[in-house]
Design a protein around this ligand. Structure first.
Ligand SMILES: O=C(O)[C@H](O)COP(=O)(O)O
Length: 229
């Protein structure tokens, strides 16, 4: 049996302001730092330690990982950052207030944009300043990989190669892994690990800053999962 720990970054400044964030590189709020530190304390209390960390290229997830590792005195472990673990790219919704968006487009439409795995939020165009092609950190991506909008199924399509090519091989070496990522990149991963249907994943919400432990068998099938208390 192997344990895998997933953690959604602590509350970000835009979570607090209730704005769609996606690939916008927003920092943790004070509460977010507090949540991340608390997650580290909790893992320490339960005697967790890790051999490898994986995270996105967005500071709210990176800093969450670092706060956790700091508490464990584990800042030295190898960590790999990948755009594949980024939050879902929320297209033209990025930056908008969620309540105002509901007032403008209606609750049903916004719920679809947020939770229907096959619904695309409105796309940006390549001349939009939010286009990731303008950002140095994404310069190695192909035009096809650079999103203009993304639904959960597409997020899953870019998360899973990283799971199969980087995370699983690390766990196969019996290394203990922690993944610090985002609400929707983790929903994509959980959908895959737990074999959730589209309908089931619609109702899945992952809270910020609470370690989610997966116990996996030798084939990486889920035995059970739980939030650490
Ligand atoms: O990108 C965002 O706005 C959030 O991190 C996730 O938002 P959601 O819960 O609206 O999908």
């Amino acid at each position: 049996m192997q344990k895998l720990v997933l953690i959604r970054h602590g509350e970000s400044i835009w979570n607090k302001e209730n704005r769609f964030t996606g690939w916008t590189d927003v920092d943790l709020s004070e509460e977010g730092y507090r949540q991340a530190k608390k997650a580290g304390e909790l893992l320490k209390k339960h005697d967790y330690n890790f051999d490898a960390g994986f995270t996105s290229v967005l500071k709210r997830a990176i800093k969450t990982l670092h706060c956790v590792l700091e508490e464990l005195d584990h800042l030295w472990i190898p960590e790999e950052k990948s755009w594949r673990l980024n939050e879902r790219f929320y297209g033209a919704l990025q930056g908008l207030n969620k309540t105002e968006t509901i007032a403008q487009y209606g609750e049903e439409q916004v719920k679809k944009w947020r939770r229907d795995p096959n619904e695309h939020p409105p796309a940006i165009t390549k001349d939009d300043e939010r286009y990731p092609g303008h950002d140095l950190r994404y310069q190695h991506l192909t035009a096809r990989e650079l999103p203009l909008t993304e639904n959960l199924s597409e997020t899953m399509d870019r998360v899973l190669p990283f799971w199969h090519e980087k995370i699983m091989p690390t766990m196969r070496l019996n290394q203990k892994v922690i993944i610090a990522a985002h609400g929707n990149s983790l929903r994509a991963l959980v959908k895959y690990i737990d074999h959730l249907s589209d309908e089931e994943v619609t109702n899945l919400e992952i809270p910020t800053g609470i370690p989610l432990v997966y116990e996996l068998d030798d084939q990486f099938n889920r035995i059970r999962h739980y939030y650490l208390e």
